[in-house]
Design a protein around this ligand. Structure first.
Ligand code: IPE
Length: 241
């Protein structure tokens, strides 16, 4: 059976997430990401974050129906940028929009068969952080949650989280192999002491909550690191499940 890989490209890699940035694309970074993907995308699923095409909109417009429309449309614009850049590099990108693909009653639900069919037909499925119909109305669905959900269903051989840092940093140094004991130490010693940010800790917790076992890497989303991940090499922090 063909090996499946899932790559999450953080919103901070392809957009400007600095304070005050609103819908600012990081065009050069997006091109480098797409160039790396175009060189090895067999059996690959991409999920990208929303960055400054999502978070500031949620803050500004809220999540009533009109707000959710605006947030979703901004996510669509980023998806369009991402997928059309992939197509420029010769990749058969297939945008899949969670708002009309995922719902949450108690658990997340989607038509997983559609994704496997897209893969088997030679497409590169591209999903993204979005708003969805949740348990009690509209909610935000992060790209990280999509990755974990798809991993449980599709059972990839490796997962990569491309971020704007070199990996999980402990006292300024990249942790090469992150096991559960180290995570417990980070939780015990506190974020301030260990300099692991809240966002990173959340990501790590989600990865460790996964039932599926596979290789997981967290790394800076530049061209050479992406190439290494896509080639099957070790890169950044390896999360040891
Ligand atoms: C957030 O998605 C989605 C919205 C805010 C609508 P992510 O959580 O995956 O985005 P990044 O990677 O943090 O930017």
């Amino acid at each position: 059976m063909r090996k499946i890989r899932i790559l999450k490209v953080g919103g901070s890699v392809i957009t400007d997430k600095d304070e005050g940035a609103f819908e600012k694309l990081n065009r050069d970074a997006l091109k480098e990401v797409c160039r790396a993907i175009s060189e090895s995308w067999d059996g690959l699923i991409v999920v990208h974050g929303a960055g400054s095409f999502g978070h500031p909109h949620v803050k500004k417009y809220g999540l009533n129906t009109l707000g959710a429309s605006k947030v979703h449309l901004a996510c669509l614009r980023l998806s369009e940028h991402f997928c059309s850049t992939l197509v420029e590099f010769g990749v058969a990108a297939l945008p899949i929009h969670p708002m009309t693909f995922y719902t949450r009653t108690s658990d997340l639900e989607c038509n997983v068969e559609y994704i496997t069919r897209a893969l088997n037909s030679g497409f590169l499925p591209v999903l993204h952080g979005d708003v969805i119909f949740g348990k009690d109305g509209i909610e935000v669905l992060s790209g990280d949650d999509i990755v974990i959900h798809l991993a449980e269903c599709i059972k990839p051989s490796r997962i990569g989280f491309a971020t704007d840092v070199d990996g999980v940093l402990l006292k300024g140094k990249v942790v090469e192999r992150l096991d559960i004991e180290t995570v417990e130490r980070i939780e015990y010693e506190g974020r301030e002491k260990t300099d692991v940010t809240g966002g990173m800790l959340n990501k790590i917790r989600k990865v460790f909550s996964m039932n599926h076992r596979c290789e997981v890497f967290i790394f800076r989303g530049d061209y050479s690191n992406l190439k290494r991940f896509l080639k099957g090499e070790k890169v950044g922090t390896e999360v040891v499940l």
